[in-house]
Design a protein around this ligand. Structure first.
Ligand SMILES: NC(=O)c1ccc[n+]([C@@H]2O[C@H](COP(=O)([O-])OP(=O)(O)OC[C@H]3O[C@@H](n4cnc5c(N)ncnc54)[C@H](OP(=O)(O)O)[C@@H]3O)[C@@H](O)[C@H]2O)c1
Length: 283
């Protein structure tokens, strides 16, 4: 597929994987619509994109709000007449002991990471149908397949995205719209600096460029799903253990990141005081 003059929306484009992806599409002449909240970072990105793609621009706002997510698609169609590629990549992390997560926080993670993808996808399907087709690429996470410690909510948001994408892949067959999933393992981006609690994982992190390459590959080859880094032994082992020896997997995770007894005891004491999950009170 040639990307010159194709209209490509990249969410979460202000940093990390989204930024590299937006730059790569612009370098191929695509009209990039970069979406995120941090406007200054989007401005800098778009200035760089203009070297190869003068019609690229940004739309700043909070994708955790349905009206903004739908507005992104609507404004793009009004301005450019079409959307050829939608990359749903924006997300926030949530790395906390389950006792420390509030229902509000959990909802916010679902809104930003999963429901935003629902909202943009539902809004983009009609214009893609009118145009005869398009590509929807969703950036999920390996955490959806093998849930790391303290990440049940983040992983749930990504598992929902993964299942939704698989369903789209089935249901959109014959429409000209191809839905695909990219599943990154550990990637070296600023998301790791935004964690609420310390992360025990200290393994190697791959550069964001490999995720961008996978995004291009699922489009070019109409692939359903790619996990990156590819054929990485620890990811393959984790999937194998998850499928056949889940107890052993949990044992390994506990060794890496045990839940300290005092965390449970403090949570119990808060529960006895009638506090809700995530309400830390003084303890
Ligand atoms: N890095 C990894 O190890 C890894 C592993 C697996 C999956 N992933 C996935 O890869 C994707 C990209 O993450 P990354 O690693 O590149 O992290 P990142 O640098 O933190 O990028 C996240 C992007 O999402 C945007 N975003 C967050 N909340 C938003 C909101 N409410 N509205 C609009 N935009 C929002 C952020 O921009 P603003 O803050 O400016 O809004 C930022 O551009 C995410 O879906 C992540 O879950 C990453």
């Amino acid at each position: 597929m040639e990307f010159a003059d194709r209209v490509v929306i990249v969410t979460g484009a202000s940093s990390g994987i989204g930024r590299v992806t937006a730059r790569s599409f612009a370098a191929r002449g695509a009209v990039v619509v970069a979406v995120a909240r941090r406007e200054e970072m989007l401005k800098r990105l778009v200035a760089e994109c203009h070297e190869d793609s003068p019609r690229s621009h940004y739309i700043a706002g909070d994708l955790g709000r349905r009206e903004f997510a739908e507005h992104v698609i609507q404004e793009t169609v009004e301005r450019h007449g079409r959307v050829d590629v939608l990359v749903n990549n924006a997300a926030i992390s949530k790395h906390k002991q389950i006792y420390h997560v509030s229902a509000d926080e959990a909802e916010r993670v679902m809104d930003v990471n999963f429901r935003s993808c629902l909202w943009t996808t539902f809004a983009v399907i009609p214009p893609m149908l009118r145009a005869g087709g398009g590509f929807i690429v969703n950036v999920s996470s390996f955490a959806a397949d093998v849930v790391p410690p303290r990440e049940s909510v983040y992983a749930a948001s990504k598992a929902a995205m993964s299942a939704f994408t698989e369903g789209l892949w089935n249901d959109l067959e014959g429409s000209g719209i191809h839905a695909a999933l990219v599943i990154p393992g550990a990637i070296d981006t600023e998301i790791w600096d935004k964690e609420d609690e310390p992360v025990a994982f200290d393994g190697a992190k791959a550069p964001p460029e490999i995720v961008t390459q996978a995004i291009f590959e699922v489009i070019r080859k109409r692939r359903r799903e790619i996990t990156v880094p590819r054929r990485k032994p620890d990811l393959m082992l984790a999937r194998f253990l998850r499928a056949y020896f889940p107890g052993l997997l949990r044992f390994g995770m506990r060794r890496m990141d045990p839940v300290p007894k005092e965390v449970i005891e403090r949570a119990r004491a808060r529960a006895v005081r009638g506090l809700r999950l995530g309400d830390r009170g003084e303890g």
